[in-house]
Design a protein around this ligand. Sequence first.
Ligand code: PNW
Length: 512
Amino acid sequence: MIQQQTLLTRQVVVILLLLALISSLISAASLANTNIPFPKDFRFGAATAAYQIEGAYKEDGRGLSIWDTWSHIPGKIYNNQTGDIADDHYHKVKEDIALMKSLGVKNYRMSISWPRILPTGLLKHGINQKGIDYYNMEINELVRNGINVAVTLYHWDLPQYLQDTYGGWLNSKETVQAFRDFSDICFAHFGDRVKDWITFNEPFITSVLGHGCNDWAPGLGCGSSPAGNSSNMPYMAAHSQLLAHAHAVKVYRDKYQQDQQGRIGITLNSNFYYPLTNTKEDYEACERALLFGFGWFADPVFFGDYPQVMKDFVEGNRLPLFTEQEKRLLKGSVDFIGLNHYTSNYIGNRKSPLPPVNQRTFNDDQRTEGSSYKNGVPIGPKAESDWLFVYPPGIRSMLNWIQKRYNPQMIYVTENGVDAPGESSMPISQALNDTFRVNYLHDYLTEVSNAVMQDGVNVKAYFVWSMMDNFEWTNGYSCRFGVVFVDYNSPNLTRYVKNSAKWYSELVKPYN
Ligand code: PNW
C-alpha cells in the first residue's frame, strides 16, 4: 500500500516535471528568432511621450496642457482615466532608465512637456527652472548610462494658456512664435547632449482628430464657431504646425547645429493602403490617401508646398496658401523623416455623393472610402485597438513609397508596435508571455530589414512603441503598447519585463 502510494507520487512528480519541461520549451519556441539582418550601424531604441508616462501633472511648477483639460472632461477617456499620475515616470525616472539599460536599449525617444518648461507656453511669462532641471537630470542620467537621446518637442501637450488665449494651432502667428521660442530654449539647454530632434509628432492626428470633431484634444471642429468648423479647421491646424516646424528648424540650423552636431526632423504617421478592388480608380484612391495623409506634411518639408492633388481636391479656399518665403523656409527643412507606422488597410474610390463644399470634412475631400476588411475578411489579426490590424508587408511598402517619392537621406521608424489583445484583463503572468507582440515585432522588423537590405531604403533607426505601458490617449490604460508591463493596481506601479522586451533585448545586442 505504502509502496503503491510512493509509486503514484513518483509518477505524479515525473508527469509534473515533464509538463514543466514542455511548457518551457513552448515558451522558448514562442520567442521567435532574433536573427534579422540590419547594417552594423543601425540604431535600435524604444519610444515614449511625456504626457503618457510622466504624471506629476501639477508638480514643480508645471502648467496645464490641453490633454490635462481634455482628460478631465467626464466621458472623454475610457473610464474617465487621466494622465495625472500615469506611470509616475517623473518620480521613477532613474529606475526606468536603469531598467532600460539592463535591457540593452541604447536609443531612447522621449518628449519634453512644453508646459513644464514654459507653464503658459510663453517665454515672456518666464522659464520654469524646475522643468529645465528635471530634463537636465533625465538626459544626464540617460547619457551616463550610455543611452542616446532623441527628443520630440511636441507630442500633443500644448499649454492650455495658448489654446485659451490664441486658439492654439488655429492661430498661425502667436502659437508658431511661442513654439519657436520653446524650441530655442530646448536647443540651448539640452542640445549639447540631444543628437536627434523631432519637432512634431504626427501633426496629422492633431489636425484631423483634434480639429475635426473627433473627440481628441483640444476637441475643436464640432458645429460652427467664428473660427470655423471641421471643414477648414484641420487644414488651419496643419498649416500652423508646418510653419512652427519650419521656424524651429531654422532656429536650430542658424544658432545651434554647427556646434551641437545634431539632426532635426519631423515624425509623420501613415498606414499603407491596398486597393479594395483591382481597378484603376481604387489604386488612385490609395495613392491619394497616402498624399492626403503623409504627403500633406512631407511634401511641404521636402518640396515646399502641399501636394497638387490636395490643391485640386480641397475646394473652396480651405487649404491655406504658403507665401514664397514660407515655401523657401519649409523646403528641405528635415535632416531625417520620422515614420510612425502600425497598420494597413483597404481603400477604394468614394462612391457616395459629396456634401456641399463648405460642409466637406477632410475625409470627404480625399474622396476615398476605407476599411480594415475586404469581403468581410480582415487584412490581418486584430490587436486590442480598434484601428490596429497586423499586416507586416505594409511597413516595407510604406518605406519604399517614402524613399521613392522623397528620396530622403535618412528615415527613422520613430514608432512601431502593438497592443496585444486582452492584455489588460488577464493575470500579469499571462500578460508577460506576450507572444502576439513578439510575433508582431519579429514580422514587422523582418519587413523593415527587407526594405533596408534588399530594397535599399535609407532606414537608419527603429524605435519600438513603447518602452512601457502608458496612457493610451482616449483608450486610457485599457490598451497596453509597452514591452514592459506596468501594474496599475499596485501602489507603486511595479514594472515587469514582458517576453517581448527580452526578445527585443536579444535582437539589439549585436548593435550595441
Ligand atoms: C501614436 N489611429 O498615435 C502616437 O504617437 C502615440 O502617442 C500612441 O500611443 C501610439 O501611436 C499608439 O496609438 C496614434 O487612430 C493614435 O490611427 C491613433 C492612431 C494612430 C496613431
